[in-house]
Write a protein of this length. Sequence first.
Length: 132
Amino acid sequence: MSQSTQFKFSAILDREKLNNTNFLDWQRSLRIVLKYEEKESVLDNPLPVLPANGGTAAQRTSVTQAKKASNEVTCLMLVSMVPELQKQFEHMEAYDIIEELKSMFGEHVRTERFRVTRAIATARLERGKPVG
């Protein structure tokens, strides 16, 4: 990825720093950036572990590449959080961070989705009034 493209994508996450109210928007932006960088799978899969015998050269290379990708994604995630959340997650890997965030903000997300769905379902149009 070129330096200017990296800067543009970093700017997206700088604008949308994760705080206690914007998890879904932040996660969507993060996934867009990671999709472009072809690293989205880091959020969906825990880091691989080498077999007890040390594994083959291919396995060692794969684990090393996965750790490098995870480190890059972790740093990107941390820099796009408010300082309080950075402190909380600074010693975790990307997969573990996203799983913890889902559990922290998941209830809030479900509640908000229910509230919006209920508002849509109970909304009534008045005769003669425009839909918009």
